[in-house]
Design a protein around this ligand. Structure first.
Ligand code: ADP
Ligand code: 5GP
Length: 189
C-alpha cells in the first residue's frame, strides 16, 4: 500500500472543528475525511456512513477484538469513537491524504505512532464562555451532554502546546484561510 499523510484536527467540542474541516474539504485538495465509528446516536442532520459509522456497542466491541481500529477511545462514558484501518487504506489507495476529526488523546496517539507523516492541528475557542454559547446555539446537545462537553473542554485545552499548530477560531473566515494554508504547506512538502 502506498502511504499518504495524516492530518489530525482536534478541539474541544463546539470550537468549530467540523465547520473548519468542511471548509478544508471543499478546497479541492487531495484530502479525504476519515469517517469514524461511534456508539453515540446521530445528531442534527448527521448521516450514517457520511459523518460517522453509527454502531451499537456490541458491534464496536467486535471491531476492537478484530483490531480493526488505528485508534479508539471511550471519549465520554460509554460513548466509544474510533478510526477504522480500512478507511485509511481505501483513501491512501486512491491517492488521498487522510484528515481526522478526533479527540485530543486520539490525535496525539496518531502523531506518536506516525510522527513524520502527521500534522496535528488544535482548534481553540476564543474562551470557554464563547464555547458554551456556541454549543447552546448549535442546539443539538442535551443539558447533560453540554455540561459533559464543557468539562472535557477544560481538560483538552491543557494539551494545546503538544500540537504542531493551533488556530484560535474567533473570526471564522480568518480561521478558514489559516487552516487551508497550514494544510496546503504540509501536503506540498
Ligand atoms: P465542533 O465540530 O468543534 O463541535 P462546530 O463546527 O459544530 O464545532 O461549531 C459549533 C457551532 O459554532 C456551530 O453552530 C458553528 O456554526 C458555530 N461556529 C463555528 N465557528 C464559529 C466562529 N468562528 N464564530 C461563530 N460561530 C462559529
Ligand atoms: P462529537 O460527539 O462531538 O461528534 O465528538 C466528540 C469527540 O469525539 C470529539 O472530540 C471528536 O473529535 C472525537 N472523535 C470523533 N471521532 C473520533 C475517533 O475516531 N477517535 C477518537 N479518539 N475521537 C474521535
Amino acid at each position: 500500500m502506498k502511504e499518504g499523510k495524516f492530518i489530525v484536527v482536534s478541539a474541544p467540542s463546539g470550537s468549530g472543528k467540523t465547520t473548519l474541516v468542511r471548509a478544508l474539504l471543499s478546497e479541492n485538495l487531495p484530502l479525504s475525511f476519515s469517517i469514524s465509528a461511534t456508539t453515540r446516536k446521530p445528531r442534527g442532520d448527521e448521516v450514517d456512513g457520511v459523518d460517522y459509522h453509527f454502531l451499537s456497542t456490541i458491534e464496536f466491541k467486535k471491531f476492537i477484538d478484530q483490531e480493526a481500529f488505528i485508534e479508539y477511545e471511550e471519549v465520554y462514558p460509554n460513548k466509544f469513537y474510533g478510526s477504522l484501518k480500512t478507511d485509511v487504506e481505501r483513501n491512501w489507495k486512491s491517492g488521498k491524504h487522510v484528515i481526522f476529526d478526533i479527540d485530543v488523546i486520539g490525535a496525539l496517539n496518531i502523531k506518536k505512532k506516525y510522527p513524520n507523516q502527521t500534522l496535528s492541528i488544535f482548534i481553540n475557542p476564543p474562551n470557554i464562555n464563547v464555547l458554551e454559547e456556541r454549543l447552546r446555539s448549535r442546539g443539538t446537545d442535551s443539558e447533560t451532554a453540554l455540561l459533559e462537553r464543557i468539562q472535557k473542554a477544560n481538560e483538552e485545552i491543557k494539551f494545546l502546546e503538544k500540537f504542531d499548530k493551533s488556530i484560535i477560531n474567533d473570526d471564522l473566515e480568518k480561521s478558514k484561510k489559516q487552516i487551508i494554508k497550514v494544510v496546503k504547506d504540509f501536503i506540498d512538502t
